[in-house]
Each structure stands twice: as structure tokens, then as C-alpha cells.
Design a protein around this ligand. Structure first.
Ligand code: ATP
Ligand code: MG
Length: 565
């Protein structure tokens, strides 16, 4: 596969260089420990996959430790369903059980609380009675200093007392917050006395009603990494400007350099025709634009899994794009090409007709059924063969017949001969139509001499089409998917990505016909329907397939087009 454009990185990327330098210099005594820290307020998507693959592979390559840590600091948006789904999706993606139990930021609530008291005692944090709106008004802006809160100079004793009262439930939500006391004139806005604790009288899915104050992400994140002894804290670029704050907290708490997580930022993954903002994905689910987080059109890992994307294809993709320091957007066709080449190797071949049209072979011996042999995989002999019944009554695809063929249409039409895959040559000699003039049955003759797929006299046909025997066919349905967002960059024009939703992104074909051996396909696995593409058999609905990806390599076409320009 050719390399691609946006934020392309080499496998030996800058993060790997950094880790190797740290090992060499003996920093962290050669130890490597990474983590993936999702907030359990949604399902994992393909952007998270990039972060997971990066962190897991680094730990793996340097015999280090990789943990899943739920950053569960916001009781209003988090729940156990998300927690369970995140774990399942992560294991599916990595293809192995994570040995260690997942960790939770909420495990460290006591420790964080004591550390907050320590900062108060050192005069480095204060309780502010102003509301959120006021606080954000006073933050100032770029080159505009902020304003000190009137509560900024409370004594250590008063702050400690108030903070303990906050914790014991004396105040209502929003009545006060704990802020770090840094500087309201700092160039870095994140350093302008950021909030460390807010009051939330809400039950937390793990700690129940034990707490009514919750740490902010900024206060919890760096310390959680330090508690776990994470060495390399890898996160996406938007946290770049938070690093200074994380370091400030660690400085105040006196955590020595050698025990501090070292944060490095990398570019977020983005795709054309895709949104990866959790807020928007949540909206699609809650407003029932899609059928849930695992809808096959969603860029979530559970959506991909349901659609038939192999985890190995997503891992290879992530490895291929590497990491970069500048954000960029990848073409979704590139990911699809990884899915296609993975499935090309693993998927067994079968025949299916999605929009059936009846073909009657008028010279076929009445009632006779012949078992034809077909290979399950053209390159894998070990996949073996199967038998497909051939009879005088077959289904072909509606679009493989045209009564008045347009130029360059070589498939079936009156007087035209074509090859049936694994069958015989047939020639159309009549068309039966309904009262509206639509073909409902095609009458053909077959040539018994073409059993081996060739004519003994050497005559050629220009098309080979697929089929299934009508009386042996299994009936089922197929869901076809199109892009969820029709615009390449959703929201680019109007500023609202939802304006670019493709309202016809899903269609169900209810009268698909499958060759009988489709019954051998294990539910949940993907097959290639010859000439049609890759399809995954649903686990829950009988004989229901999801179209995973087509056969045509659109990525290759994009590259060709680019070369021309
Ligand atoms: P939120 O808007 O809720 O913060 P988020 O996508 O950042 O959404 P988190 O649960 O905080 O979600 O993400 C967990 C980790 O995944 C973070 O460390 C983040 O850097 C990383 N991550 C999230 N989205 C992407 C992305 N598109 N590409 C690469 N990494 C990502
Ligand atoms: Mg986040």
C-alpha cells in the first residue's frame, strides 16, 4: 500500500525516539509505563483507537506496562454501561485480555483530597465563593490580564475550614469552588487560578454518595499519572497548554523529577466524512439518528465491529499512519482499504444475489440438480471447496440484465451469451415482463459443453456473472450503508456538522438470496459475496448481513487521480 498524505508519520516516530533516548539515559531507570485514560461518558471511537494502539504498542515494544484508567471525575455524565463498553472495545481492538484490572481516577479521590489540603496549607489554593460565570469573566484573555478574585487572599486557616465544609456537604452545588493560586496574569490561560474542585451533590457510579466535591480533570490527571508511576503520559495536542499546569502541581507537591510522568502530545486522528466529537456522536445516538452507539455507520469501535471491520485492520491502519505533531485529516477510503485488504485474506467466498431476477434455462433437464464445485478462497487452498447446486431455475442480479444494453454493457441481454461463475455459458433468448413492462423472468439456454467454464470451440464471452439456484436459495436480508455525512468535512460550510448528515445512509434489501452453504458461515464473521463486496453475518438476526466494504479500492483511485494532477 502506498503512503498517504495528512500527518503521515513514520513507524520510528518522534515518540519512539524520545522513549529510546529516555531508556538510554536511564531516566525512570529504563522503565516504560503508559496508559489510556478515557472518560467513561461515551463509547470508544476510531480516534481513541489511535491513542490505544500507540500506548499499548509502546509498552509492548519496551517490555513496559500499559493500563486502562477510567478518568471518572464527572458523575453527571458517566455510567457503568460506558465503563463496560470501553473495556470490551479495548480488548477487542487489542485482540487480547488486558492482564491488569482497569484503574479509576476515583480510586485516588482520598489522596487527591489530602494533596489539595496540602496546597491550601502552603497558601497555594483558595476557596472562591464566586460562581462559574463570574470566574470565567475574570479570566481575561489573550494579552489581557485576568482579575483577582475578592476571595483570593483568604487565610490558610479559613480556606482549610471552608474546604472541609465543602467536602462535608455544607454548601450547595456551585456555591464555591477550590482554585489553585498561581497568577491571574499568566500568559498561559490554564495557569490563571484554575479550578481544582467543584461541588456536585450527585452519586458517582463507583464511590456512591461518599463525595459531594469532585476534582477537575486538570487537578486529577497529572497526579493520577504520578500515583500510578506512569513514565510517558501521551495525550492529544489539545493538552499541550495544560502541561505547564500539570508540572506546577507536581512541583508544589514535591514529587521528584524521577517519579514524574513526562507528557508528550500527538495529533488527534480525524477522517473525512466523519465526526469524532463525543458530543456529536452522543447526539446522533440520543436523537435516534442512528440505531445506537454500535450502529454500523458510526465511527465507534463497536460500530466497526458490527459492520465487520477486523480489529487487525484498524491496528495496521494506526501503525501505518504513525503519530505526528500536527493535526490533519485522513481520507476514510484509506482506512477502508486496510479493511479490504485484511478481509481479502481472511474472508471466505460465497455467492449471493441481492436484487433477484429469475432466469429459467429452457434446455435444462426437467428437475435435474447438479452439484458444482467452488473454491472457498482463491489463494488459500486450506480453505477447501464447497458444492453449489445448479438447476434450471436460477436467480441473477437485476442489474446483470439489460434489455437494451448501453454501449460497453457486456452482461446478459437478448441474444447475448455470458458465463455463470462456477456454472455454464448461457444465452438469453426471451424476456417475460409484467404488466408495467419490467422484466420478471429471463429465458435462456445453456451450453452443456461449457461445464469447465470454457467453450471447446474457443469462443469467448465478455462477462461472468453470479447466481444462486432458486429452489435451493436461502432467503435473508442485507443492510447497505453509505457515508453518515455526505460532506467531506462535515460542518465546513455551515459550521454545523449535523447539517451535512446523509439522511439516506442506510437501506435494507429484504429479498436477498444466498447459496445454501451460507448456512456454514459462523455468525459474526465476514464473507465476500462474489462481485459484490464483504458482508458480515449479524449475530442476532438470522441471515441478516451488514455490508462491510465494497471490492473496489477507492483509495487506489484517489492516489491515481492525485498522480494525474
Ligand atoms: P471529550 O471531548 O469527552 O474529552 P475525548 O475524545 O477527548 O472527548 P477522552 O475520553 O477524554 O475523550 O479520550 C481519552 C483519550 O483518547 C485522551 O487521552 C485523548 O487524547 C485520546 N483521544 C480522543 N480522541 C482522539 C482522537 N481523535 N485521536 C487521537 N486520540 C484521541
Ligand atoms: Mg478528553
Amino acid at each position: 500500500m502506498d503512503s498517504q498524505t495528512a500527518s503521515s508519520g513514520d513507524i520510528s516516530n518522534f515518540i519512539v525516539d524520545l522513549i529510546e533516548a529516555d531508556i538510554e539515559s536511564g531516566r525512570f531507570s529504563g522503565r516504560v509505563q503508559t496508559r489510556f485514560p478515557p472518560e467513561p461518558n461515551g463509547y470508544l471511537h476510531v480516534g481513541h483507537a489511535k491513542a490505544i494502539c500507540l500506548n499499548a504498542s509502546i509498552a509492548n515494544n519496551y517490555s513496559g506496562v500499559f493500563n486502562l484508567r477510567y478518568d471518572d471525575t464527572n458523575p453527571s455524565t458517566e455510567n457503568m454501561d460506558f465503563v463496560a463498553a470501553i473495556r470490551d472495545d479495548l480488548q477487542w481492538l487489542l485482540g487480547e485480555d488486558i492482564e491488569s484490572e482497569p484503574l479509576h481516577t476515583s480510586q485516588y479521590f482520598d489522596r487527591l483530597y489530602l494533596w489539595a489540603e496540602e496546597l491550601i496549607a502552603k497558601g497555594k489554593a483558595y476557596v472562591d465563593d464566586q460562581d462559574g460565570e463570574k470566574i470565567s469573566e475574570q479570566r481575561g484573555g489573550f494579552q489581557e490580564p485576568g482579575i483577582d478574585s475578592p476571595f483570593r487572599n483568604r487565610s490558610e486557616e479559613e480556606n482549610l475550614l471552608l474546604f472541609r465544609e465543602m467536602r462535608s456537604g455544607k454548601f450547595k452545588d456551585g456555591e464555591c469552588v477550590l482554585r489553585a493560586k498561581i497568577s491571574m496574569n499568566h500568559d498561559n490561560m490554564n495557569m490563571r487560578d484554575p479550578i481544582m474542585y467543584r461541588i456536585r451533590h450527585e452519586s458517582h457510579f463507583r464511590t456512591g454518595n461518599e463525595w459531594c466535591i469532585y476534582p477537575t480533570y486538570d487537578w486529577a490527571h497529572g497526579q493520577s499519572d504520578a500515583i500510578e508511576k506512569v513514565t510517558h503520559s501521551l495525550c492529544s495536542l489539545e493538552f499541550d497548554s495544560h502541561r505547564e499546569l500539570y508540572d506546577w502541581f507536581l512541583d508544589q507537591l514535591g514529587i521528584p523529577e524521577s517519579e514524574r510522568p513526562y507528557q508528550t502530545e500527538f495529533a488527534r486522528l480525524n477522517f473525512t466524512h466523519t465526526v469524532l466529537s463525543k458530543r456529536l456522536l452522543k447526539h446522533l445516538v440520543e436523537d435516534k439518528v442512528v440505531d445506537g452507539w454500535d450502529d454500523p455507520r458510526m465511527p465507534t469501535l463497536s460500530g466497526f465491529r458490527k459492520r465487520g471491520y477486523p480489529a487487525s485492520a484498524i491496528r495496521s491502519f494506526c501503525e501505518h499512519i504513525g503519530v505526528a505533531r500536527t493535526n490533519g485529516t485522513h481520507e476514510i477510503e484509506l482506512l477502508e482499504s486496510f479493511v479490504r485488504s485484511d478481509l481479502n485474506k481472511s474472508a471466505e467466498r460465497r455467492m449471493a444475489v441481492l436484487n433477484p431476477l429469475l432466469v429459467t434455462i429452457t434446455n435444462w433437464p426437467e428437475g435435474y440438480v447438479e452439484q458444482r464445485t467452488a473454491v472457498n478462497h482463491p489463494e488459500e487452498d486450506s480453505a477447501g471447496n464447497r458444492k453449489i447446486p445448479f438447476s434450471g431455475s436460477l436467480f441473477i442480479e437485476q442489474e446483470d440484465f439489460m434489455e437494451d444494453p448501453v454501449p460497453k454493457y457486456y452482461r446478459l441481454s437478448p441474444g447475448r451469451e455470458v458465463r455463470l461463475r462456477y456454472g455454464y455459458f448461457i444465452t438469453c433468448h426471451a424476456v417475460v415482463k409484467d404488466s408495467d413492462g419490467n422484466p420478471i423472468e429471463i429465458l435462456c439456454t445453456y451450453d452443456p459443453e461449457t461445464s469447465g467454464g470454457k467453450a471447446p470451440d474457443g469462443r469467448k464471452v465478455k462477462a461472468t456473472i453470479h447466481w444462486v439456484s432458486a429452489e435451493h436459495a436461502l432467503d435473508g436480508s442485507v443492510a447497505q450503508y453509505d457515508r453518515l455525512f455526505s460532506a467531506e468535512h462535515p460542518g465546513e460550510e455551515s459550521g454545523e456538522p449535523l447539517d451535512d448528515l446523509n439522511l439516506e445512509s442506510k437501506s435494507i434489501l429484504e429479498s436477498a438470496k444466498f447459496e445454501p452453504s451460507i448456512g456454514d458461515i459462523v455468525s459474526g464473521s465476514v464473507v465476500q459475496f462474489e462481485r459484490l463486496g464483504y458482508f458480515r453475518l449479524d449475530e442476532e438476526v438470522d441471515l441478516f448481513f451488514h455490508r462491510t466494504v465494497g471490492l473496489r479500492d477507492e483509495w487506489a483511485n484517489i492516489l491515481k487521480r492525485r498522480k494525474k494532477h
